[in-house]
Design a protein around this ligand. Sequence first.
Ligand SMILES: [Zn+2]
Length: 67
Amino acid sequence: MDDCIFCKIVKGEIPSTKIYEDKEFMAFLDIGPVNKGHTLVMPKNHSETFLDMNERELGKIMHFILI
Ligand SMILES: [Zn+2]
């Protein structure tokens, strides 16, 4: 989505401090952290909520978050 800040981060149009990246997911430090190490984990496919993700993506991101 062209006006989505997170899609721009994925494309590298907005800089971020990446913690992890693979072909489907990306994790980076929040610019307004509520505590040290506050990290955002997101799929690279545009998804506004978990409801926009398919079952396989949900399973993978939950596994990713819990590691
Ligand atoms: Zn997006």
